[in-house]
Design a protein. Structure first.
Lengths: 115, 117
């Protein structure tokens, strides 16, 4: 069974641009969560989607958004990029949305660098 | 709000020896799940072990076991017979079972474990 696939693996952008990251969950998994990982802040939850609906959201500005498609694939978008958005963005999938459907399985992440 | 604290930024151990990584947490929920994840330099987060809070018995997975002390809100990971491949950053994480915690894992700051030959 294929794991969680994130594309692209690396991305370099400049301040003010926008970016879209993609995540394909494990087949049969309907919940997709996104996390931001930085050396200073560690791993922080961005949002979670289940059946194309955002069920939970972390404490991030509105520049961070996402969506989920009918095949459970998910995208996250960051607009008006700032230097502080440089991070590893991790996507994780699980069977369902509740904790009883854990664990989450993670992708390799997208390393976003802002110049 | 829930919090997870790992007080050991770095640990080292000799190959074949045993090491214990510490984790404390706080949550107002009565039902929750605790996890240890491993992130090697290749950066993919890999699940090591999982514990359901309502289960008294400590979880074990081969060389990995936990000491879950619910009253003390402590969840330590013991790695026996350490191997070079265990070198990684280890994260303790919490997921609440109820409320509005859908899909959310709360992570500790991580412990870098180095296994020396």
């Amino acid at each position: 069974k294929a794991g969680v696939t994130q594309t692209p693996r690396y991305l370099i952008k400049t301040r003010g641009q926008q970016v879209t990251l993609s995540c394909s969950p494990i087949s049969g998994h309907r919940s997709v969560s996104w996390y931001q990982q930085t050396p200073g802040q560690g791993l922080q939850f961005l949002f979670e989607y289940f059946s194309e609906t955002q069920r939970n959201k972390g404490n991030f500005p509105g520049r961070f958004s996402g969506r989920q498609f009918s095949n459970s694939r998910s995208e996250m978008n960051v607009s008006t990029l700032e230097l502080g958005d440089s991070a590893l963005y991790l996507c994780a999938s699980s069977l369902g949305s509740g904790a009883e459907n854990q664990p989450q399985h993670f992708g390799d992440g997208t390393r976003l660098s802002i110049l | 709000a829930q919090t997870v604290t790992q007080s050991q930024p770095e640990m080292s151990v000799q190959e074949a020896e045993t090491v214990t990584l510490s984790c404390t947490y706080d949550t107002s929920e009565s039902n929750y799940y605790l996890f240890w994840y491993k992130q090697p330099p290749s950066r993919q987060m890999i699940l090591v072990i999982r514990q359901e809070a309502y289960k008294q018995q400590n979880a074990t997975e081969n060389r990995f076991s936990v000491n879950f002390q619910k009253a003390a809100k402590s969840f330590s990971l013991k790695i026996s017979d350490s191997q070079l491949g265990d070198t990684a950053m280890y994260f303790c994480a919490l997921a609440n079972a109820g409320g509005t915690s859908y899909g959310k894992l709360t992570f500790g700051q991580g412990t870098i474990l180095t296994v020396h030959p």
